[in-house]
Design a protein around this ligand. Structure first.
Ligand code: ADP
Ligand code: AMP
Length: 217
């Protein structure tokens, strides 16, 4: 089973796709943003530390993020593969991931890059509504819930993430281009990158991802 790293800017659709792929492929999803938000909600020390960075649209320091992923990858459900969503986001994190997987006798199978233009990313983030209980995501226009303000899957209330505010959105996209986009070459040079058109509808992006992952496995 594969270890797949989903790449793309904030709002590209990584979380939306990872949730569907989890079902289709039976792989666990490791979403560092979701893990930080869980810690924040549970008011852990890690959550308190992460909040400062998240609210500013900056990245949580590498050591903290890598330690959290190391712990997650060590659980039994990741023994045969996982979908990484929102990690790695820096070259140092990518190197750390290679090392962690090597220690497990594993390696990355594929890095699908969900490509979406920056102006579309902004529109996606501006209309994103997230469910409190399980982080399911909707969009006011592109992917509306059946009942306004309520999650289709678990009936929990939807909220707008604090870091989806206009000011923070722009910073997150800048941070993506400064710190995360260089990873595209890192993976392209290793022959792992495959580009997916992320501006198609959600179902078509899903089909393209499944085809690419099945081809690589
Ligand atoms: P990411 O995890 O990459 O930050 P999300 O999966 O949270 O992105 O998606 C960002 C927003 O865009 C959400 O509101 C989601 O409903 C919407 N969205 C995701 N994929 C698409 C798509 N293919 N077309 C239109 N809207 C999308
Ligand atoms: P996301 O849910 O992926 O949009 O992430 C939300 C926020 O969590 C980011 O803006 C960062 O502050 C933090 N974060 C998530 N993943 C990482 C990561 N791999 N490295 C550093 N910070 C991260």
């Amino acid at each position: 089973m594969p270890f797949v790293v989903l790449m793309g800017g904030p709002g590209a659709g990584k979380g939306t796709q990872a949730r569907q792929l989890k079902e289709t492929l039976g792989l666990p999803q490791i979403a560092t943003g979701d893990l930080f938000r869980e810690n924040l909600q549970n008011e852990t020390e890690l959550g308190k530390l992460a909040k400062r960075y998240m609210d500013a649209g900056e990245l949580v320091p590498d050591e903290v993020t890598v330690a959290m992923v190391k712990e997650r990858l060590s659980r039994p459900d990741c023994a045969n593969g996982a979908l990484l969503d929102g990690f790695p986001r820096t070259i140092a994190q990518a190197r750390a991931l290679d090392q962690l997987l090597a220690e497990m006798g594993e390696r990355i199978s594929l890095v699908p890059y969900i490509h979406v233009d920056p102006d579309v990313l902004l529109r996606r983030l501006a209309g994103r509504w997230t469910c409190r209980a399980n982080g399911h995501v909707f969009h006011l226009i592109f992917n509306p819930p059946k009942e306004p303000g309520i999650c289709d899957y678990d009936g929990s209330p939807l909220y707008q993430r604090a870091d989806d505010s206009e000011e923070t959105q722009k910073r997150r996209i800048e941070v993506y281009f400064e710190q995360t986009a260089p990873l595209l070459d890192y993976y392209r040079d290793r022959g792992l990158l495959v580009e997916i058109d992320g501006e198609q509808d959600i179902e078509q992006v899903h089909r393209d991802l499944v085809a690419a992952i099945q081809k690589a496995s």
